[in-house]
Design a protein around this ligand. Structure first.
Ligand code: KE4
Length: 424
């Protein structure tokens, strides 16, 4: 693979941008590889600046469930751009997208648009603290909720990838109110609530943990969180930045039949443009300024281009057959697992909806401790040899594989053929 233009650009970028990237996990440190600079993307294909094509199983870390450059989305953005790019005033599409999100998500009566998943989770926590008058938040080790200070304790995704113990710049006083429990460990949650119950504003959870690889909730885990938080007057926040509109059109909350108090969104609802959102019941959301006292704001929140992209995306997704996609992804993931197992490497391959994750481990992964025990060297070998054959996987064992509605059986076959050729 010729990577010369990416290499030149990366050298330039490293002089101008910390680590040469605008988000750490893109640096491919964890897999000791050069980040590829992408020139364009269409369908499930990426083309890098050296003209090489890849089948994309990252999909911009989740947003591109319809694939890249979907004609309806691209047209909507082009048309919106011709009407101006930002008004700093309400526009009709903000109402349209808000209605679509509220209609899709069983727990929502109101929603506020922001510009990223981080803003969504940061704002949801402030709201929970404002509504309850409590300060503490319980999160799960290995879950990632963006880079707002309160969440940078034992976080997943890039924080785990770089094994950053905490993060310099986050005052101890801030994370002192962040309580930690292992994912899937209800007993630990019970113990924490027994001690801190009346000072916990919220529990925030990825209903499917996709930032320590892909860890599925054990039976009863989410139901238990719902019961414990209700019992103690804490709010349950579902961070659906990844699972929203991916686990099903109604997110994980519809799939698992759990009603959180607040939900955060990102990625898919912007169709690839910068959009995040947080929403919940009216009685909670009406505490948000200017209706209520909990302040939250954003110059570009509800941006007309981003709203147009989100509307066009959800309009397509609403009619898609999620169950059919899940069956295809499940078949692909299990065949990939069997191919790797035949090479006598320890392999687990959890999959749900349109996500899958190769863990090089003898035993299933149920929490971050398990994820950390996986063989990262085998993952790196797998990543490098798949990329050399035109298969673009997430460059970290703490991320998860994403499939779109436009991946074809031929794309799956090519990825499986590439896996057959990998040598460990
Ligand atoms: P953003 O601020 O990156 O839009 O969203 C933060 C966030 C919040 N909650 C969940 C469950 C998330 O997965 C994320 C962001 N996901 C990572 C990838 N796993 C973003 C990739 C990156 O950091 O570059």
């Amino acid at each position: 693979m010729n990577e010369s233009t990416s290499r030149r650009l990366f050298e330039q970028a490293c002089e101008l941008i910390p680590g040469g990237v605008n988000s750490p996990v893109r640096a491919c440190h964890n897999v000791h590889s050069l980040p590829l600079f992408i020139a364009e993307a269409h369908g499930c294909r990426l083309k890098d600046v050296d003209g090489q094509e890849y089948i994309d199983f990252v999909l911009s870390w989740g947003p591109m469930l319809l694939g890249h450059d979907h004609p309806e989305v691209t047209k909507a953005v082009r048309d919106a751009a011709g009407r101006g790019t930002s008004y700093g005033a309400p526009c009709p599409d903000e109402v349209t997208l808000a209605q679509m999100v509220v209609d899709a998500m069983p727990s929502l009566e109101m929603v506020r648009m922001v510009n990223s998943g981080t803003e969504a989770t940061m704002s949801a926590l402030r709201l929970a603290r404002g509504v309850t008058g409590r300060d503490k938040v319980l999160k799960f080790i290995g879950c990632y909720h963006g880079h707002a200070d309160p969440y940078l304790a034992a976080a997943g995704s890039g924080v785990a990838t770089f094994s950053i113990p905490g993060t310099p710049g986050v005052p101890a006083a801030v994370v002192a109110d962040t309580l930690l429990a292992p994912y899937n460990d209800l007993a630990a949650v019970e113990t924490i609530f027994a001690r801190h119950g009346d000072s916990i504003a919220a529990v925030i959870v990825e209903p499917v943990a996709a930032n320590m690889g892909l860890v599925l909730p054990k039976a009863g885990f989410l139901e238990g969180l719902r019961a414990i938080t209700a019992k103690h007057g804490a709010l349950l926040i579902f961070d659906e930045v990844i699972t929203g509109f991916r686990a099903s059109y109604g997110g994980a909350q519809e799939r698992f039949g759990i009603t959180p108090d607040l939900t955060t969104f990102g990625k898919i609802i912007g169709g690839g443009l910068p959009v995040g959102a947080f929403g919940g019941k009216r009685a909670i959301m009406e505490h948000v300024a200017p209706r209520g006292e909990v302040y939250q704001a954003g110059t570009l929140s509800g941006n007309p281009l981003a709203m147009a992209a989100g509307i066009a995306t959800l309009r397509q997704l609403k009619n898609m057959d999620y169950a059919a996609l899940e069956r295809r992804v499940s078949a692909f993931a299990h065949e990939l697992r069997d191919i790797l197992a035949a090479k006598n490497v320890p392999i687990q391959m959890p999959t749900i909806a349109s996500m899958f994750c190769p863990y090089f481990s003898e035993t299933p992964v149920e929490n971050f401790d398990d994820a950390q025990k996986c063989d990262q060297e085998l993952f790196t070998t797998f990543y490098k040899q798949m990329r050399a054959q035109g298969i673009y996987l997430a460059p970290s064992g703490y991320e998860t594989g994403m499939v779109s509605f436009v991946h074809t059986d031929d794309d799956f076959a090519r990825a499986l053929d590439a896996a057959r050729k990998v040598t460990f």
